[in-house]
Design a protein around this ligand. Structure first.
Ligand SMILES: NC(=O)C1=CN([C@@H]2O[C@H](COP(=O)(O)OP(=O)(O)OC[C@H]3O[C@@H](n4cnc5c(N)ncnc54)[C@H](O)[C@@H]3O)[C@@H](O)[C@H]2O)[C@H](O)CC1
Ligand SMILES: [K+]
Length: 507
């Protein structure tokens, strides 16, 4: 399912009307009817509703909704803002029908009195055509709805007062229980703070022909199995461990051995054939006492149980055996780390995942990523992304998808910006957003598990676009499945244990 910007939605709309010849009036009728249907399904008995309608096409949808609710026997009134002369012809038509039907249409002050006693308030004030900070009187009316409404609030397309593309709140925004949106989800449904205003989200079909979408594909999609499920095919009965790839994980300095262990175990649970954990020599013994299945490879020791910045003598002999490399889980900082990483990235042409300190090494200079031969995946959380780019965490969070896309396009990498609704951006500017929040994953170690799953997928030979979206999806579902009693109590190792069930659910 696609995720649109306001402009992408307008393009789909325009192409449907101009090229396909389907009148805008039909789209508006479909939109309003489907939104009304969502209400009628939820409230089978007639209710008292106030429809707040602006003068744009979002208001037009509101007039259609009012008509359908009135036809179903609801007691409906319309609070209308703006001027009839400025309405589009479709909106004017549906406004006229409501008048003819005798549905009361009142101005702002009168409608304010009804908001407090209505069972349902329909917010059709502003949709994707909103521009800049809210002006009066709409701002006060939105404030009144949030303050006095006791009933159920349906937002039409987007909650009025949020910016479609950035997810910013433009001074004040409707707090909805349900948002019914048309043809595709919009970015504001998945970007904070707007995402906190929408309530439940329902995407309905309004009749935009599939050919129109194929011709004008939006750049973002929601993460769902259809994007990558073909790569989760069952294991061939003729396969052996060498058929399923070999991941090298570099990390696990003193005090952070668990991070490397988690990545390695996650990769194995995800199905990679072999995992080698490359850790400082001094950590080989403690790690061997901790994990059984991964191979362990000692790297030259540096001070304080970390890496020295040198390569092991058998590097050149062993390096060609790995089918992917993950750098960062518990890596720590060490002298000459930048030269070390540059050499590694130059000499390894298989896919590389960079996480945690593997990313911190890059901070301020990502330019040498452009030289890489194989695919590179960066998996920053917002703090790491802020450090990478030398900007604040607030700046990252206020434009999550833009930041992820900018890095991906500029440096030719795949970016996985973690957080609620993880954003994945590819070098060609395409994006995938993960539509689920996973509170159980908000814990130390869970990033290391993701790194292992992504590295494991890449090592198995799954193409990067699929491996990354698939990995993010499975990590999130395993987190959900691991939440047996409380999300508070889920450990990163529990997530690893539930990976098998998460995979099984997709098969
Ligand atoms: N997706 C589709 O194919 C369809 C969508 N529909 C609906 O149409 C709206 C978008 O309609 P549009 O006319 O472009 O804009 P709006 O109704 O969202 O808003 C325009 C309206 O708002 C006023 N305004 C703009 N900015 C501000 C502000 N900052 N403060 C106060 N007022 C503002 C402006 O003056 C106009 O009056 C989409 O969301 C869907 O709901 C179609 O119905 C069907 C096809
Ligand atoms: K709205």
């Amino acid at each position: 399912m696609y995720l649109c910007t306001a402009q992408e939605m307008r393009d789909l709309d325009r192409c449907t009307i101009d090229r396909m010849g389907l009148p805008g009036m039909v789209l508006m009728e479909n939109a309003g009817r489907e939104a009304a249907r969502a209400l009628l399904e939820r409230f089978p008995e007639a209710k008292k509703a106030v429809v707040l309608a602006g003068s744009g096409n979002n208001g037009g949808d509101g007039f259609v909704i009012a008509r359908h609710l009135a036809a179903a026997g609801w007691e409906v009134s319309i609070g209308h803002l703006g001027q009839v002369e400025k309405m589009s012809p479709e909106t004017q038509t549906f406004y006229g029908v409501c008048r003819q039907m005798g549905i009361p249409i009142v101005g702002k002050n009168e409608s304010e009195k009804w908001i407090g006693t209505a069972d349902v308030v329909v917010d059709a004030l502003l949709g994707t055509g909103v521009r800049g900070e809210l002006r009066e009187p709409v701002r006060t009316l939105i404030h009144q709805v949030n303050r006095t409404c006791q009933g159920f609030v349906l937002a039409v397309d987007i909650p009025s007062g949020v910016d479609t593309d950035t997810g910013a709140v433009l001074g004040e925004a409707i707090r909805a229980d349900l948002t019914v949106t048309f043809a595709a989800a919009k970015w504001c449904h998945y970007l904070r703070p707007a995402a906190e205003y929408r309530g439940e989200l329902k995407v309905v079909d309004i009749g935009i022909p599939p050919a129109v979408v194929t011709e004008n594909p939006p750049r973002a999609q929601l993460n769902q199995p259809s994007l990558w499920e073909k790569h989760l095919s069952p294991r061939s009965p003729w396969s052996h461990k060498g058929s399923h790839g070999h991941l090298l994980v570099l990390g696990g300095s003193q005090g952070m051995l668990g991070a490397a262990a988690l990545s390695g175990m996650a990769a194995l649970r995800f199905g990679v054939g072999m995992t080698t954990l490359g850790v400082p020599h001094g950590q080989v013994g403690p790690l061997a006492a901790k994990v059984t299945e991964p191979l362990i490879w000692g790297w030259p020791d540096g001070p304080e149980g970390g890496f020295s910045g040198a390569f092991p003598p058998d590097w050149e002999e062993r390096a060609p055996r790995f089918t992917a490399v993950a750098v960062g889980p518990g890596l720590g900082r060490f002298t000459r780390e930048k030269t070390w990483l540059e050499r590694l990235l130059r000499e390894v042409s298989v896919p590389v995942v960079l996480d945690a300190d593997g990313l911190n090494i890059l901070s301020g200079d990502l330019s040498f990523l452009e030289q890489r031969q194989g695919p590179t995946v960066l998996t920053p959380h917002p703090g790491e992304m802020a450090r990478l780019l030398g900007i604040s965490v607030e700046e990252v969070e206020s434009s999550r998808h833009q930041v992820a896309v900018d890095v991906a396009e500029r440096y030719g990498v795949t970016t996985v910006l973690k957080g609620t609704f993880t954003v994945i951006a590819f070098p060609d500017g395409q994006q995938v957003i993960h539509p689920e929040s996973s509170p159980a994953l908000a814990k130390a170690g869970s990033g290391d598990v993701l790194t292992g799953i992504l590295g494991g997928g890449l090592a198995r030979g799954i193409p990067v676009e699929s491996a990354v979206s698939l990995g993010v999806y499975l990590h999130s579902s395993a987190g959900r499945l691991a939440t047996v009693a409380s999300a508070h109590s889920v450990l990163a190792s529990d997530v690893i244990h539930h990976l098998g069930r998460a995979i099984h659910q997709i098969h």
